[in-house]
Design a protein around this ligand. Structure first.
Ligand code: FES
Length: 196
């Protein structure tokens, strides 16, 4: 009979577990919840109920407490996300700069709706609140990287690169624009009537 028991995530990662726990004093071990969640999320693209329980047991806290931390951050997911997890900022600055149109474009192009992952596990799409980079709106986050001033051309360019499994590095890291991506448009200044 096939053994259906799933091995604990940290069973064969005792060195990693020790390294994480040693970062915190005995009285503050529960602070290790974030790096433990991160280790699981990075490896499995989500943190299942089983893993939540495992982390809770390691730290001597309840599974509800672990879920409480997870629910506060868009980084952690209870269901698997895609190899390319695309988060679109939908807060005011990005919305005014065109993130709604960008979402529509991506949803149509990838045939996904907010919160969905495709059946191949390649793409997932999620609307999120302010990513903290409002001056470079509209902003996309793909996995851990920010892509700023993303217009339609850049969006298309990014989708093409992900489809080829060659995701472009953020243009800021490459110190500028590149072929296939339009220049960022300067923000338009709105005249304020009655203000001197
Ligand atoms: S509103 Fe989009 S990054 Fe702040």
């Amino acid at each position: 009979m096939m053994d259906t028991k799933i091995q604990a995530f940290f069973a064969d990662k005792q060195d990693l577990l020790s390294e994480i726990l040693e970062r915190y004093p005995d009285y503050g071990q529960r602070s290790a919840v974030m790096p433990l969640l991160r280790a699981v999320q990075d490896a499995e693209r989500h943190v299942s109920e089983l893993r939540i329980k495992e982390i809770a047991d390691i730290l001597g806290i309840s599974a509800t407490a672990v879920k409480g931390v997870m629910s506060f951050y868009s980084t952690y997911h209870e269901q698997p996300v895609g190899k390319y997890h695309i988060q679109i900022c939908s807060t005011l600055s990005c919305s005014l700069a065109g993130s709604d149109e960008m979402y529509d474009y991506l949803a149509n192009e990838l045939d996904l709706v907010n919160g969905e992952t495709d059946k191949d596990g390649q793409f997932s799409l999620q609307k999120v609140e302010c990513l903290g980079s409002c001056t470079t709106a509209p902003v996309l986050q793909i996995n851990d990287d920010y892509y700023e001033n993303v217009g339609k051309k850049r969006c298309k360019h990014l989708v093409d690169s992900m489809r080829e499994n060659k995701l472009e590095k953020p243009w800021r890291e490459r110190k500028g624009d590149h072929e296939g991506a339009e220049k960022a448009k300067p923000l338009q200044k709105t005249a304020l009537k009655g203000v001197s």
